[in-house]
Design a protein around this ligand. Structure first.
Ligand SMILES: NC(=O)c1ccc[n+]([C@@H]2O[C@H](COP(=O)([O-])OP(=O)(O)OC[C@H]3O[C@@H](n4cnc5c(N)ncnc54)[C@H](O)[C@@H]3O)[C@@H](O)[C@H]2O)c1
Length: 336
């Protein structure tokens, strides 16, 4: 692919990886500094693991496979040899590393895979990015790192006390990125996402589950009293912010959050109204790896990326529910 710009998106069959890839394919002008004439190829990789129902991942890939300049390789970021061959083939200009084990609660059941993927997988990609002189590397990180800190969460807060193996693995990935920037001058942006939701979202997360459970008149499980709040962020806003993160910045950590926290109970009510059905709530104990509240300070994203969230919760929930209803025929059977 001679004069083309090749960009690698890891975790491309995942919720956010799918949206980021779609945005890149639809509007490559979003990519900071991309010469207009050069053709863009988006190379997606994913190991298609079954942490959640794989039909969702397959559906997302089907959408992406419609684009002739999208190439998919089923590949594990833990597999250094295959990754090296991929880098040799494509000579990527940009890497967006979204592949990860992402569930907070499951990270207590199987911490090892969080480290082999989120830490060692990230290291594999950093090492190849250095060797192949990649222009820019973006890593997805998480608001989970801010547990116990004062809100709204600023990037300058010390985040040295992660309360789940998931958060600890992301912290490790972040500091390894810093080392690669410091030693090899690799240009890296770390984007810390705050509770992302939207169409074809993750079935282990609240908004997807609430829609699914209420629609099917199944009990709605809430951990704790439901008064915990989240700074929900719509997936399109996240995809746009992630792509803006490709601009040259040296080394930066940047929050991407909705900047408007909502209580779970209020979200539930919003979904009840939207679906015209009442939830049958079942409370379970609050989980020790969960946070009571999140809220992003997005001053840095506004300043450096000229980014701000554009889709409010009501509109975003409508879009997520509409997607569910349109795809109900198969989504109703997935494992949640
Ligand atoms: N969704 C959120 O609210 C949220 C919040 C904070 C951070 N993040 C981060 O954003 C990124 C994307 O999350 P998501 O919500 O789209 O999750 P997701 O699980 O839908 O997507 C991750 C994808 O990575 C793939 N993957 C996992 N391990 C892999 C490996 N070893 N090799 C190749 N592929 C692998 C999975 O199959 C999956 O398709 C992750 O890094 C996650 O930690 C997400």
């Amino acid at each position: 692919m001679g004069d083309a710009v090749n960009i690698l998106v890891t975790g491309a069959a995942g919720f956010i990886g799918w949206k980021v890839s779609e945005f890149l394919l639809e509007s490559s002008e979003l990519i900071p500094g991309k010469p207009e004439k050069e053709k863009l190829y988006v190379v997606g990789i994913d190991n298609m693991n079954d942490y959640y129902d794989i039909r969702l991942k397959e559906w997302r890939l089907e959408q992406l496979n419609r684009y002739s300049n999208f190439k998919f390789h089923k590949m594990d970021i833990e597999d250094r040899k295959s990754l090296k061959e991929l880098f040799e083939e494509y000579h990527f200009s940009f890497i967006i590393n979204l592949a990860a084990r992402a569930g907070v609660r499951y990270s207590m059941e199987n911490p090892f895979v969080y480290y082999t993927t989120n830490v060692l997988g990230n290291l594999n990609l950093l090492e190849l990015s250095r060797k192949f002189r990649v222009k820019k590397y973006v890593l997805a990180s998480t608001s989970s790192l801010y547990a116990g800190q004062k809100m709204p969460f600023k990037e300058t807060l010390p985040v040295n006390e992660p309360i789940s193996p998931y958060a600890a693995s992301k912290k490790s990935a972040e500091v390894t990125c810093y080392t690669y920037h410091r030693l090899y001058d690799l240009d890296i942006t770390i984007v810390r996402y705050f509770t992302v939701y939207g169409p074809a979202g993750r079935p282990d997360m609240s908004i997807f589950r609430f829609i699914y459970w209420i629609d099917q008149a199944r009990p709605v499980i809430i951990y704790g009293d439901g008064n915990q709040s989240r700074d929900f962020t719509y997936v399109d806003d996240i995809a746009r912010g992630t792509i803006l993160g490709l601009m040259p910045l040296g080394f930066e950590i940047i929050n991407l959050g909705g900047d408007r926290p909502h209580k779970l109970n209020d979200v539930l009510q919003m979904i009840e109204e939207k679906l015209g059905k009442k939830a049958r709530i079942e409370h379970q104990p609050f989980h020790p790896a969960d946070m009571l509240a999140t809220w992003a300070d997005i001053t840095r994203a506004k300043k450096l990326l000229k980014w701000r969230p554009e889709i409010g919760l009501e509109k975003g929930v409508d879009a997520a529910a509409a997607w569910y209803q349109k795809n109900r025929i198969w989504v109703k059977d997935i494992r949640v």
